[in-house]
Structures are given as structure tokens and as C-alpha cells.
Design a protein around this ligand. Structure first.
Ligand code: UDP
Ligand code: MG
Length: 317
């Protein structure tokens, strides 16, 4: 296989404190790989500004004017990290590359693992997923929510590798396949795993955030996992069917027992409290289930409108 042109995409949301340093460090990696004759010299960076309100875009423009291998795109508003990644993948597909790596702007992921990614790519893997070694650098809150995220996903039948974030390499072939999927809220982790292309795993260390604060909050995380579940699994819907069946069965048994008591023991069951409790419990379960169905209806609603995934403001190529 010929040595590839590598593109590295970086979603950036209010990352003015990180971006210069990140670009510099990634060029160290790129240049070292060029020296080792592992990638072509036209390999480049592609930054996606996810509607930042700080000076991120000004810095990116400056970096681009100094070095044409810093390419970038800006959204008209904040669409979230997944959309920024999708835009990055579509952007480099249009510009051209043989393989593409996505990495966070705060460089929490060890950027030198990219070399191992490229080695695996050269062995013929279409997807190389980065798996983090541990979560030492994470807060207790982040650790627990992340663990819940993977547990919930797996329970719901969404098969994603544990501790794999969006640090991965994908080949041109995977990019082309992705372009045939038009769903609006594409959940990349689930998507690339489900594609079924030859996948390799590379372990890497996680560092502290270089500067600034995490751009993820609980709401964004919940949205991500809900979208992951509703776009990759119908387990919750099946769960409702089974639950409904079990509840009906339970009601039937209780009914039979009430009739039995009445006719054979002449002992009409009393119990206002029981009635009220059952009413509340079943009412609650029903609302919960309607909520789950609602999530899917919402997903259909969003997809059927087929709105653009994001709106591009400018692009620097
Ligand atoms: N990010 C983004 N849009 C958002 C939130 C985050 O593009 O709405 C980017 C952010 O700039 C970073 C990456 O997604 O490059 C991961 O975010 P962050 O490091 O804040 O998340 P954490 O590492 O805390 O999970
Ligand atoms: Mg981070």
C-alpha cells in the first residue's frame, strides 16, 4: 500500500486557549511521520469551529494565513461536537485524503498514538479506534457518568467499545461509506462500529485538559447517549412490549384471585390503599413508556424533516 495523505480533524468550541499549542504539537507529529516516510508531505489539519464566541476563529484564520496546511471551516452557530466531527469528515473527503484522524482540541488524547494508528492503517485496517488506558485524569463525576454511559449503551444493545471516545482513524473507504448515510443525527461511535469494516484498537494515555474548561455538560452528555440509543437500538421499545405483557398478566392473576375470594370465601377484597398505589404505579409506568416512545417519535420527527445537519459559514481551504 502507498503511504497515505493524512488529514487530522479537530472540533473546536471556544478553544482560544488551546488551539495554537494544539496545532503546533500536531505538526510535530505530522512532520515526524513525514520524516519517517510514513505519510505524504501534503498531510494537513482541518479545524472545525463549532460556532465559538471567543477568538478561536481569528486564531484559526491567522494560522491558516501562515500555513496552508491548516485548513478550517466555521459553523454559523454551535451544533455540538458530533456535528463538528461530521463536518470535519465531510470537509476532508471533499478536499481529499487517504485516511483521517479525529482528535480533541485540548489534546487530552496522546497525539503520538497517531503513529500507531497509521501503522495499523498500513496493515490494512479501515478503522482504528483509540481506547483510553484509564480515567485517572477524570473527576469523580465524569468517571461515573462515563461508566453509566457505556453500561447503558451496552444494555440497550448499542455495541460500542468501552472507553473509546471519538479518537480514531478511518480510511477513505469508510469515509465513502459514511457519505451514503444521510441520517441527521449520526452517532459516530456506534456508526463506525456497526459498519463492520476491519477494525484495530490502539491504547493510549489520557492527559489533563491543556487549558480552559470542559465543553461538555450533563445535558450535552445525556443528549449524546439518548441519541446513541434511539438511533441504534429498539431495545427500549421491546422492553415496553414485555413490560405491558407482564403487567397485563399480573392484573389478570389479581383479577382471578379477587373473583375466587368473592365466590368461594364470600370475602370481597377491600383495600382503597392498594387500589390507589396500583393506580399510581401503573400510571407512572405508562407515562414512562409513553416517554420512551416519544423519544423515538422525536427521532423520526427530526429525521423526516431532513434538514441540513449543520450550516457552514466559511471554509478556509
Ligand atoms: N466541542 C465542540 N462542540 C461542543 C462541545 C465540545 O466542538 O459543543 C469540542 C471541544 O472543543 C473539544 C472536543 O469537542 O475539541 C471535546 O470536548 P471537551 O474536551 O470539552 O470534552 P471532554 O474532554 O471534557 O469530554
Ligand atoms: Mg477534553
Amino acid at each position: 500500500m502507498d503511504k497515505p495523505t493524512l488529514a487530522i480533524i479537530i472540533p473546536c468550541f471556544n478553544e482560544e486557549l488551546c488551539i495554537r499549542n494544539t496545532v503546533e504539537k500536531l505538526f510535530l507529529v505530522i512532520n515526524s511521520l513525514i520524516e519517517k516516510d510514513k505519510i505524504k508531505s501534503d498531510s494537513y489539519l482541518y479545524l472545525v469551529d463549532d460556532g465559538s464566541s471567543d477568538s478561536t476563529w481569528e486564531i484559526i484564520k491567522e494560522l491558516h494565513s501562515k500555513n496552508n496546511l491548516v485548513k478550517a471551516q466555521k459553523f454559523i452557530r454551535n451544533y455540538g461536537n458530533q456535528k463538528a466531527l461530521i463536518a470535519g469528515l465531510e470537509g476532508v473527503r471533499a478536499i481529499g485524503c487517504d485516511c483521517v484522524v479525529s482528535i480533541d482540541a485540548d489534546l487530552q488524547q496522546d497525539e503520538w498514538a497517531i503513529e500507531k494508528f497509521v501503522d495499523e492503517y498500513m496493515k490494512g485496517f479501515d478503522i482504528v479506534s483509540g481506547i483510553r488506558n484509564d480515567r485517572k485524569t477524570d473527576s469523580f463525576f465524569k468517571k461515573t457518568t462515563a461508566l453509566m454511559f457505556y453500561k447503558l449503551m451496552n444494555l440497550m444493545g448499542v455495541r460500542i467499545p468501552v472507553n473509546h471516545s471519538d479518537y480514531r482513524l478511518i480510511s477513505r473507504r469508510a469515509l465513502e461509506l459514511m457519505s451514503q448515510y444521510h441520517e441527521n443525527a449520526l452517532f459516530l461511535r456506534g456508526f463506525f462500529h456497526e459498519l463492520g469494516l476491519k477494525t484495530a484498537y490502539v491504547h493510549f494515555d489520557v492527559k489533563q485538559r491543556m487549558a480552559g474548561k470542559s465543553k461538555f455538560n450533563l445535558v450535552k452528555l445525556m443528549e449524546l447517549s439518548l441519541n446513541g440509543i434511539t438511533s441504534f437500538s429498539i431495545v427500549p421499545l421491546r422492553f415496553i412490549t414485555v413490560l405491558g405483557f407482564l403487567m397485563a398478566f399480573f392484573g389478570f392473576i389479581v383479577g382471578v384471585e379477587a373473583v375466587f375470594e368473592k365466590f368461594f370465601h364470600n370475602n370481597a377484597p377491600n383495600g382503597m390503599a392498594t387500589t390507589i398505589i396500583l393506580l399510581c404505579v401503573f400510571g407512572g409506568i405508562q407515562l414512562f413508556c409513553i416517554g420512551i416512545i416519544g423519544e423515538y417519535v422525536g427521532q423520526v420527527f427530526r429525521e423526516v424533516k431532513a434538514r441540513p445537519r449543520y450550516i457552514k459559514d466559511t471554509e478556509l481551504k
